[in-house]
Design a protein around this ligand. Structure first.
Ligand SMILES: [Zn+2]
Length: 57
């Protein structure tokens, strides 16, 4: 799962670097395979981080 769209440097699906960061929608769009990737919502992210205890990155 994506936490920050700007951490994505290449398409997780096809490894293409031909990707677009959409800041408004918080999406990463691959121009080669057309896949759209979205990060966790802030709420979900908080729950996830609390459940994990610490930020492992
Ligand atoms: Zn792709």
């Amino acid at each position: 799962m994506i936490k920050d769209i700007h951490e994505v440097k290449e398409c997780p699906e096809c490894a293409s670097r031909n990707i677009i960061h959409n800041d408004k929608k918080q999406q990463v769009i691959c121009r080669d395979c057309g896949m759209i990737f979205e990060p966790l919502s802030e709420e979900d992210e908080e729950k996830f981080e609390k459940a994990a205890g610490i930020d492992k990155e």
